[in-house]
Design a protein around this ligand. Structure first.
Ligand code: DQA
Length: 145
């Protein structure tokens, strides 16, 4: 078993379609390529990164419970759920360290994307820095005791 500190990167609804989905907003990198990249970033930072994606809200809630119970830091892109899911927000509130990431600058987009019900419970939020936001979140976690 690895001695590296575990981190979960959790991606919500529609993010499995990265690379095919509105590439002018989200870019051309696929979710599989993102996974490979982030595992490599984690290794460089001394972190054992596990990336998961789901289109099912309850599944994401269960992963957040797992992170809460095992005190695993989380990098979370709740995607569209950010804007309305109190269930995801309540689950995030139970996890000690959560960095919320949005690939696009939601504040430059439609009004309904401007508010995240999750952010209040997140440790910090990274918005609009593309996929690099995930790397920054991992760097923060690696630097956090
Ligand atoms: C997103 C922004 C959300 O508004 C959107 O629903 C997503 C992705 C982002 O990463 O920019 O699916 O969270």
């Amino acid at each position: 078993m690895s001695d590296l500190r575990r981190v979960l990167v959790l991606n919500g609804v529609n993010l499995g379609r990265l690379g095919r989905r509105e590439p002018h907003i989200y870019g051309s990198v696929t979710h599989a390529q993102l996974v490979e990249h982030l595992v490599g970033t984690g290794t460089g930072l001394g972190l054992a990164v596990e990336v998961r994606q789901t289109d099912h809200e309850g599944e994401l809630v269960q992963w957040l419970h797992e992170a809460a119970d095992q005190e695993i830091p989380v990098v979370l892109n709740p995607a569209a759920w950010s804007h309305y899911s109190i269930a995801i927000a309540d689950a995030v509130a139970q996890v000690p360290l959560v960095v919320e990431v949005h690939i696009s600058n939601v504040h430059r987009r439609e009004e309904f994307r401007h508010h995240s019900v999750v952010s209040r419970y997140a440790t910090g939020v990274i918005v609009g820095l593309g996929l690099g936001g995930y790397d920054l979140a991992l760097t923060h976690i690696a630097a956090t005791a």
